[in-house]
Design a protein around this ligand. Structure first.
Ligand SMILES: *[C@@H]1O[C@H](CO)[C@@H](O)[C@H](O)[C@H]1NC(C)=O
Ligand SMILES: [Zn+2]
Length: 414
């Protein structure tokens, strides 16, 4: 059984807004070109895309929002601009509704192929991305939440009990968090550039202490990166000391990856330093879960060079090739370890693999020392020094300072 690549090649032009310069059609063409050049595309099964249906989209989004997006192909440019302005950092083009349906549909085709055993795993190369979009709002280049829809679809159509969503994009997929924060059947893990809430989308709820709500408490795991420049060791540490133990305990039936590569080196958004080969390892580590049923869906990734390399690393690993020896493992940095400890402590009450988290720091280290020696309480406790000529009070015994003390009396003083 081979891996699959769902390629959504439909290109379109965003409104000429400066922020649209990074989420460009070339992201897909260079990725595909790299897969062809490296011979990986030949080893994959290509799966045709379909449009997501209204029913698919309504698994996550509201009817009002879907109806509003449906009107965008018929809007004048002026109306489109106005429509766009009510959301954050998203740019509507007359063609985007069509493309967004294809992007979500591609993710669903991939889920179908994996769940029916046609392929073992796969990657959907799609635009627009999805993880920022919310029930009733577009956000951050995202129109429909491709991965959130895929999770609900897998549960509904295939009776999947537990879905793990791993979001290794450098942005917080707040749309995914909102969709599942009270749902214990979907474990959402996201690491993201945060910088103490200074980085987009600047949400308080992207921090480590948003652990899920109600029945879903413990099933939302946020790892904030409070510094840029994170490296391979930082990423691997989070996987090894947090995500994997929890994921094993969760025991998912399906793994979905919000596969954004703006977390790779050279990306103008992420400004991180992890190299493309790290995605071979991250992918490989996740392939042990859910019997290998893994669907990666492209999210961000704006450095065309590192994007294409990272896509190839991921797909080659999905195809079963061993990962290359990891490079530059110098150990995690202080800031990454701080984040790791915060997340582990925040989740210690929800996961037995973390139940002793927080006890490993120096300050709380368990020390052993001997019992202090037993202390004997003396039979006589108080001495009163009295001037000459004063009568000794009742209950006291008088010794003159000049007389030699009888050893017998001294022994009674002890
Ligand atoms: C991508 O990264 C390379 C290498 O660091 C750099 O030369 C190039 O300018 C980057 N491109 C973008 C769009 O950031
Ligand atoms: Zn991103």
């Amino acid at each position: 059984i081979r891996s699959s690549v769902v390629l959504h090649t439909h290109t379109y032009i965003w409104l000429r807004h400066p922020a649209c310069k990074i989420e460009v059609p070339e992201r897909l063409t260079v990725s595909h070109e790299a897969l062809v050049q490296s011979g990986l595309a030949d080893r994959c099964v290509s799966i045709p895309v379909r449009e997501a249906t209204d029913a698919d989209i309504l698994l996550v989004h509201s009817e009002e929002y879907l109806e509003a997006v449906k009107k965008t192909p018929y809007m004048t440019l002026e109306d489109l601009k106005e429509f766009t302005l009510q959301y954050g950092d998203v740019y509507f083009h007359p063609n985007i509704y069509h493309c967004a349906k294809l992007a979500a549909g591609a993710a669903l085709q991939l889920v179908d192929s994996v769940m029916t055993g046609k392929v073992r795993n796969g990657m959907a190369l799609v635009r627009p991305p999805g993880h920022h979009s919310m029930r009733s709002a577009a956000s951050g280049f995202c129109v429909f939440n491709n991965v959130a829809i895929a999770a609900r679809y897998a549960k509904q159509k295939y009776g999947v009990k537990r879905v793990l969503i791993v979001d290794w994009d450098i942005h917080h997929g707040q749309g995914v968090q909102y969709s599942f924060e009270d749902d214990p059947s979907v474990l959402y893990f996201s690491w993201h550039r945060y910088e103490h809430q200074k980085f987009w989308p600047q949400l308080r709820e992207s921090d480590f202490d948003s652990v899920g709500k109600n029945k879903g408490v413990g099933f939302n795991i946020n790892v904030p990166w409070n510094k840029v420049g994170m490296q391979n060791s930082d990423y691997l540490s989070i996987f090894c000391h947090l995500l994997l133990p929890v994921a094993y305990e969760f025991n998912p039936d399906l793994v979905l990856v919000c596969a954004g590569f703006d977390s790779a080196i050279g990306d103008p958004e992420g400004e991180m330093c992890a190299t493309p080969d790290i995605f071979a390892h991250l992918t490989h580590l996740l392939m042990n879960l859910a019997g290998g049923k893994l669907c990666a869906v492209l999210e961000g990734g704006y450095n065309l060079t590192s994007l294409a390399q990272s896509v190839c690393q991921t797909v080659q690993t999905l195809l079963g090739d061993p990962a290359p020896p990891p490079a530059n493992l110098d150990g995690p940095c202080k800031s990454a370890l701080d984040s790791l400890h915060c997340v582990r402590s925040a989740h210690r009450q929800y996961w037995s693999c973390l139940k002793h988290a927080g006890e490993e720091g120096n300050s709380i280290e368990e020390k052993v020392w001997p019992e202090p020696p037993k202390r004997v309480t003396p039979t006589i406790r108080t001495a009163v020094v009295l001037p000459d000529g004063v009568t000794c009070p009742d209950g006291c015994k008088r010794f003159s300072s000049s007389e030699d003390l009888d050893p017998l009396i001294i022994s009674k003083l002890k």
